[in-house]
Design a protein around this ligand. Structure first.
Ligand code: HEC
Length: 178
């Protein structure tokens, strides 16, 4: 993944208790914390001494029937009765420090956005190989057989995310004073 290759020591994986790919299975403390996350249907934050990482887990809900059908029908799935709205796993972030400096958090935000853009461009490259590939430009799939190009996609993402990012930065909750 692009983020793993970036200079920031931030780790990310999508884990589950019933994963299609066995390396996505939670282990150790993450198992307990994932049970807690499912009970409260809210993110959990903790320190994992075995891997020396601060961990943040965010629920990954089956927001659409396609999540459920694809997973239930996948040949490697250990679970075939996923239902709509189930918590199918957790987006799990790992970081070596409890707090960050302003400069560090800016680097992290920058690298995450770069990784999202890179992942989306990889997806577009794959779509271009389809027998009948969608038109890529400034239109969205709800307007027809279209996909947004990476600029349109990232502009939209930034409009959705930037206000929240800025508010978090200004609240300085988790910022170190150095
Ligand atoms: C077209 C099939 C498909 C669809 C649609 C799909 N997934 Fe997956 N999902 C997979 C496959 C295949 C993997 C394993 C990928 C890997 O790690 O290499 C995976 C991995 C995952 C994982 C990590 C644990 C695991 O099973 O390995 C979670 C959690 C997950 N998907 C949730 C979702 C959610 C939530 C949705 C809907 C928003 C969704 N998936 C839609 C096929 C699908």
């Amino acid at each position: 993944m692009n983020l793993e290759k970036s200079p920031v020591p931030l780790g990310l994986f999508l884990g589950s208790d019933f994963p299609i790919v066995s390396t996505n299975k939670f282990s150790g403390l993450q198992v307990e914390k994932f049970i807690q996350l499912k009970q409260q249907s809210a993110p959990v934050f903790f320190y994992s001494a075995d891997i020396e990482r601060y961990v943040a887990m965010f629920p990954d809900h089956a927001i659409s029937e396609v999540c459920v059908t694809c997973h239930n029908e996948h040949p490697n799935t250990p679970k075939q009765d996923w239902k709509l709205h189930d918590i199918m796993g957790a987006t799990t972030w790992l970081y070596p420090d409890e707090t960050v400096s302003l400069e560090e958090i800016m680097d992290v935000v920058f690298e995450i956005r770069q990784s999202i853009a890179a992942a989306y461009m990889k997806y577009l490259d794959k779509c271009k190989t389809f027998q009948s590939s969608p038109d890529i430009g400034d239109k969205w799939p709800d307007q027809g057989y279209y996909l947004p190009d990476s600029k349109t996609f990232m502009d939209f993402y930034e409009r959705q995310a930037s206000l929240k990012t800025m508010s978090i930065l200004l609240s300085k909750n988790n910022l170190r004073n150095d």
